[in-house]
Design a protein around this ligand. Structure first.
Ligand SMILES: C[S@@+](CC[C@H](N)C(=O)[O-])C[C@H]1O[C@@H](n2cnc3c(N)ncnc32)[C@H](O)[C@@H]1O
Length: 420
């Protein structure tokens, strides 16, 4: 590939999705885009890039961008996050929202749905404690293809064996030929819509809890800081952000502070109340030349129905939420009747498949996160009292047989020098 073609495709991907592709990850272009070229009857990667450079085919650019995303996900990924959500974050949020009984949760890179459905199962298992509560889960992703999968709620044997406790499999899934179909009662708790993290987030409304996991690792420092800053603006002062195991705010954004008690959990800092930040595009324009063509709006997800989202929770950044896309509700009843005879042993998940990150840009030495000082950090989540009772005994996810790798292909761990 000619260097100018490589530069072109890298710029295109970064401008459209934030993905940073380093020279050493060039092989990913070959492996992920050759099938795209074949689908379009093109001789290979060079021909595909020539067609992109000729312009005028936005659908092709969207397809190429989607093909370069890494969609790795699994149920209860990073078990401690979901235990913390169930036993600490949710009870505290319920306490804080007792007056209006409304909690909005955003899975900002929902991929094939395992993360939002994990949350939905936890909320469902909270049972009567959430009676009278409205808990919204919005799952968004840049990829139409992966959102279609999430909306379908169909998972392979391999996928349900990764982290999902067997009692939840029995309770909330039913066999559909060779696949497992998630119960309508869980599926209907999650609303999906296509959304690019580089775009204006205010159309989504405000969120009490944001899961933005295992996506920022693909972006550069400017994009990470910008996205975190804009997420902060969507949250009330006591909003909670949850990042992936290889991600951190430290050295990137002063809008959040790590929760000293929960790895991967972040609370808004006072800086989170600061003035709006410039959009990524604005910052990008200042740092490098943009593609000649502006990224046009992308087409909406098909095969899902549009419903109006209910009013958002009050908060400083509250805005009327845009219509959200909800998964179609199958008529078949859920399989909850099986729950009475649920075995207690969890499925032992297979070791996660090796992941092939599109890019995992390293933090420049100067920007390396400094060690945090948890002792002086004030966190709304610190030292929780007895949980408000949302704990569901015996439903903890199975321990993976090997430490799950993160999307950079490494065992989950915090960046050097920053435990959170
Ligand atoms: C590795 S998956 C993470 C899934 C899930 N959050 C988890 O941790 O298991 C990353 C997802 O981010 C999505 N993504 C990549 N760039 C994005 C962008 N600019 N806006 C929204 N989603 C994006 C990809 O399509 C992919 O599904």
């Amino acid at each position: 590939m000619r260097p100018e073609d490589f530069d072109y495709i890298c710029r295109m991907l970064r401008d459209r999705s934030g993905l940073v592709l380093n020279q050493d990850k060039g092989y990913l272009l070959e492996s992920r885009l050759t099938p795209v070229a074949q689908r379009h009857g093109l001789a290979g990667l060079d021909a595909l890039i020539a067609k992109l450079r000729a312009g005028g085919d936005d659908a092709l650019s969207v397809e190429v961008t989607e093909a370069m995303t890494t969609n790795e996900s699994f149920f209860f990924r990073d078990e401690h996050i979901f235990t913390g959500f169930r036993d600490s974050i949710l009870p505290r949020m319920m306490e804080a929202r007792a007056a209006h009984r409304h909690i909005r949760i955003w899975c900002a890179a929902a991929s094939s749905g395992q993360e939002p459905y994990t949350l939905a199962m936890i909320l469902k298992d909270a049972g009567a404690k959430l009676d009278g509560w409205k808990c919204e889960i919005i799952g968004t992703d840049i990829s139409n293809q992966i959102l279609k999968r999430a909306s379908d709620g169909l998972y392979s044997q391999f996928e349900v064996q990764r982290g999902l406790p067997v009692q939840l499999l029995v309770k909330y899934f039913e066999k559909d030929d060779q696949m497992w179909r998630i119960a309508p009662e869980i599926k209907s708790m999650v609303h999906y819509r296509k959304f690019n993290l580089l775009e204006n987030m205010s159309i989504l409304g405000s969120f009490d809890i944001v899961f933005c996991r295992n996506v920022l690792i693909y972006f550069d420092q400017v994009a990470k800081g910008d996205i975190l800053g804009r997420i902060a603006q969507l949250m009330p002062a006591d909003g909670i952000l949850i990042l992936g195991g290889a991600e951190s705010v430290v050295g990137i954004s002063d809008q959040f502070i790590p929760d000293p008690d929960q790895r991967g959990v972040y609370c808004k800092s006072n800086a989170g109340q600061s003035a709006p930040v410039a959009t990524y595009t604005t910052k990008l324009a200042a740092t490098s030349a943009n593609l000649a063509q502006a990224t046009p709006p992308q087409s909406p997800v098909t095969a899902v129905t549009l419903t109006a989202a209910p009013a958002s929770a009050p908060g400083p950044a509250a805005a009327a939420p845009a219509p959200v896309i909800s998964a179609p509700r199958p008529a078949a009843p859920a399989t909850a009747a099986l729950a009475a005879s649920t075995p207690t042993a969890a499925v032992k998940p297979a070791a996660p498949a090796p992941m092939t990150p599109a890019a995992a840009p390293s933090v420049p030495a100067a920007a390396k996160p400094a060690p945090t000082t948890p002792a002086t950090t004030v966190s709304p989540l610190a030292k929780p009292p007895a949980p408000a009772g949302t704990s569901v005994p015996g439903t903890g996810p199975a321990k993976p047989s090997a430490a799950p790798a993160d999307d950079s292909g490494q065992a989950n761990r915090q960046p050097q020098g920053a435990r959170n």
